[in-house]
Design a binder for this molecule. Structure first.
Ligand code: PLP
Length: 449
């Protein structure tokens, strides 16, 4: 088989600023060993997130110029709405400035003290918005998904047996909704199967609980369904996405992920009453319902991005480029979450640094080591991000869409392998400052002596 090449040419470039190991040692200490506190110019390969960091296409940039900046009833809104509706078939589509704004609105209405929101795995902002409303967020991932070393095709699936038990224990009336995260970002970018979606949906129908999708990476998830679930091998990714959304009563989406936009998102629902309540909140914090915190040019970029994201040459290259990193790491038995995910490779920090206990944050320590070694910026997904909810100690290396080339990925694997070879020298971390919500963004650390 020939090399699967990047399905694009480069039209505009952004220079990378190089640093030396000595400079990075100083810069990381000044950033209190938290990669979020580094300046981006001091990072060589930035894998902090795939959110809003993708490269827009020439068509999207043309759309930016076409943006209609009218306050109300802008043409750009109607193009955006048509693109979202084409995939979701939902009647009420509400633009927001990013995914968490959709979550804030949804959970202000559906959350509250005494309520539960059940998921395969809630993303950090989703959990924060649920808990800020007074409700509790519950993750019911299948047990098989929790062993990072054992590959399985759909490690994002929800444990439906435990879901039934949970509903019976807490009472269906106390569960405000069930939300499936596709792909499961915090659990390794792992996909959810259509079979699992159908099963969860039927439980939702049985108990009359609304079923929502956190759709940030719907296209990557649907590509995995096409590749791994035999029933779907002859369907297009778009058709699969349409089926996926057909089961949902609503969805939240960050357009910074699978819509190739630098900002934006939406909330879409079937229920008119709920849509009205959402719009009432929208207008207080985000804006008028035809722009919701976005400019017309952003709405255009999203509308075009939603069409480009389901192109299968792109998805094939996307998923393959992450598998490629995994294959290189396999040669050195570097532990990572298997199989590789849709948008990221997750190093298994617990197995990588077995001498560092969870309370000394092995993921944070590994992030620091990758930066020191080669200017790579990743993010801890473990005890720093989730506290006692952490199920694994991972370092996510999120790959921005259409941004880096194969030689950047080769350099990345060289740096990971270099750190792996001297892993016994990596020291644990002590958290010396934290905030009550989403503490990982601003926490400060010191080395454990
Ligand atoms: C990024 C993300 C969000 C939040 O979206 P923002 O645009 O960052 O506010 C919610 N859920 C998942 C799964 C995400 O990856």
């Amino acid at each position: 088989m020939r090399t699967i090449i990047e399905p694009f040419k480069i039209k505009s470039v952004e220079p990378i600023h190089f640093t030396t190991a000595e400079e990075r040692a100083v810069l990381l200490k000044e950033a209190h060993y938290n990669p979020f506190l580094l300046r981006s110019r001091d990072v060589i390969i930035d894998l902090l997130t795939d959110s809003g960091t993708g490269a827009m296409s020439s068509e999207q940039w043309a759309g930016v110029m076409r943006g209609d900046e009218s306050y109300a009833g802008s043409d750009s809104f109607f193009r955006f709405e048509a693109a979202v509706r084409d995939l979701t078939h939902m009647p009420f589509i509400i633009p927001v400035h990013q995914g968490r704004a959709a979550e804030k609105i949804l959970f202000t209405i559906k959350g509250g003290i005494g309520k539960y929101v059940v998921s395969n795995t809630l993303f950090d902002t989703t959990r924060a918005n649920i808990e800020f409303s007074g409700a509790l967020g519950v993750d019911l991932l299948t047990t098989a998904s929790k062993d990072p070393s054992v590959p399985a095709p759909f490690k994002g699936n929800m444990d439906t047996e435990r879901l039934r038990e949970f509903i019976q224990e807490k009472g269906a009336e106390n569960i405000s909704l069930i939300i499936m995260t596709v792909t499961n970002n915090s659990g390794g970018g792992q996909p959810v199967s259509m079979a699992n979606i159908r099963e969860v949906k039927s439980i939702c129908l049985e108990y009359k609980i609304p079923f929502f999708i956190d759709a940030c990476r719907f296209a990557e998830n649907c590509y995995f369904i096409q590749q791994r679930e035999p029933e779907f091998k002859d369907k297009t990714v778009k058709e699969i996405a349409q089926e996926l959304f057909s089961y949902a009563d609503g969805c939240t989406m960050s357009a910074k992920k699978d819509a190739f936009a630098n900002i934006g998102g939406f909330l879409a629902v079937h229920d008119q009453q709920l849509a009205e309540e959402c719009r009432n909140l929208l207008i207080i914090t985000e804006g008028f319902p035809t722009y919701g915190g976005l400019s017309g040019r952003d709405l255009e970029a999203i509308a075009i991005g939603l069409k480009e994201i389901v192109e299968e040459d792109y998805l094939k290259y996307r998923i393959r480029s992450i598998e490629y990193i995994g294959e290189k790491l396999d040669e050195f038995q570097v532990p990572y979450l298997k199989p590789t995910g849709g948008h990221a490779l997750y190093l298994d920090a617990k197995a990588f640094l077995p001498h560092i206990p969870a309370h000394e944050f092995p993921g944070q320590a590994l992030c620091a080591a990758l930066y020191l070694e080669g200017g790579i910026r990743g993010v801890e997904i473990g005890s720093v991000m989730f506290g006692e909810h952490a199920q694994q100690e991972l370092v996510r290396l999120a790959i921005p869409r259409r941004t880096y080339t194969q030689s950047h990925m080769d350099y990345l694997t060289e740096v990971i392998i270099a750190v792996f070879e001297k892993r016994s020298n990596v020291s644990g971390m002590k958290m010396v400052y934290q905030t009550p919500f989403l503490r990982h963004f601003t926490a400060k650390f010191e080395l454990v002596k």
